[in-house]
Write a protein that binds this ligand. Sequence first.
Ligand SMILES: [Zn+2]
Length: 349
Amino acid sequence: MPLVSMRQLLDEAAKGGYGVGAFNVNDMEQIQAIMMAAKETKSPVIVQASRGARQFAEDLYLFKLIQAAAELNPEIPIAMHQDHGNSFETCKSAILLGYTSVMMDGSLKEDGKTPSTFDENVEVTKKVVDYAHERGVTVEGEIGVLGGVEDGHGAGGSGLDHITDPDQAVEFAERTGVDALAIAIGTSHGAYKFTKKPDGSVLKMDVLMAIHKRLPNTHLVMHGSSSVPKDLQDVINQYGGKLKETWGVPVEEIQLGIRNGVRKINVDTDNRLAITGAIRKVLWETPEKFDPRDYMKPAREAMKKVVALRMTQFGQAGHAGDYSPIAITEIAKGYKDGSLTTRPLVAAK
Ligand SMILES: [Zn+2]
């Protein structure tokens, strides 16, 4: 199966009332873990690469790995997404490689650290939307600023510093025409999201609901949504690691988000924890081992387990066979003739 438009994948998720996990890829074992989980749970899936990943793995190695995943798993719809594009050029280079979706994170300036103005964000995102839609490629934008830092990208601080304003979200969607929108509702990147156990609701669900009500056709995205489970932290610390105690976003909060318009959920930290814990365990228990396969195999298996669990929790499990992929060229026509518009003014008539 060719790579699928993320827009189609999310439109289907909206119809089915479920969310789709977007898992980061940096190397072969990670894409294998994701595909093993997708196959086992029969899930459509979004795989994404950050700028750091593209640098680490080199564009061509990484993209060919994803193509191999698509070839080996013709029954699984896969969208390939650029995570946190920092400029028009970054997004354009991903599109030219064959990515079927890009995120233009214009909430920050090109340095990936300094918050930008609303108008700067609109301008660069609109430019990416025009370029991408002409080629049938999906665009995710971001409004509000997420907390934390990941892969050197982020403004730092708490997830509650720059909560998305619903009025701005609507104006942003109108002016840019993005397919999906990352909103800041209290999540943050990295492992250290909350310093004490969340009691009750940790996210600004009222903001989420207000935005979804006014932008029913724009798919909402939750970033920084790892749950940072204690058992994964424990494995790392049990075998010589030194993680400080931390809490992530409870899965029930994500599920509440999914019931209110969240269609894409980014998960990276949990997979990093699973891999590192598995590697530490092997090296700690059998220090005489030196064949990388001896620890990469259990690492891959540990990540697969986390991904499969999230796929089940997000509801995407069992939906791989619901639809056939629409060619990217057909999607491009849909953007051109206006049938795929998400703009609220048009959607409202
Ligand atoms: Zn993110």
